[in-house]
Design a protein around this ligand. Structure first.
Ligand SMILES: [Zn+2]
Ligand SMILES: [Zn+2]
Length: 82
C-alpha cells in the first residue's frame, strides 16, 4: 500500500496505508493497545487489548489485562495465605 503525505499543524507527516489504524486502549491512557492479555482461558488466551500503562506483568513476556491482573492478585494472596 502507498504512503501518503498529509499536512498537520506541526508540519507534514507520512501516513502509510498498510499501517493498522491507531487503536487507543480502553483504559483511557491514550496509549496504543498493542499488548494482548496472556491469561489462559478455554480455547486460548483472553487476548484483551491492553497498553503498556495498564498491563500487569506477572512474569517475563506475560501481560495481563486489569481484570485478570486482579484475578492474579487474588490467587497470589490465596496461595500466600495457605
Ligand atoms: Zn491501557
Ligand atoms: Zn485478560
Amino acid at each position: 500500500m502507498p504512503c501518503v503525505r498529509v499536512s498537520t499543524p506541526t508540519g507534514n507527516a507520512i501516513v502509510c496505508m498498510s499501517r493498522p489504524r491507531f487503536k487507543a486502549c480502553s483504559c483511557g491512557s491514550g496509549r496504543r493497545a498493542d499488548l494482548l492479555c496472556d491469561w489462559k482461558v478455554e480455547g486460548g488466551t483472553c487476548d484483551a487489548k491492553i497498553c503498556t500503562a495498564c498491563t500487569h506483568v506477572p512474569a517475563e513476556h506475560k501481560d495481563l489485562c486489569p481484570t485478570h491482573a486482579a484475578e492474579w492478585d487474588r490467587r497470589q494472596a490465596e496461595r500466600a495465605s495457605r
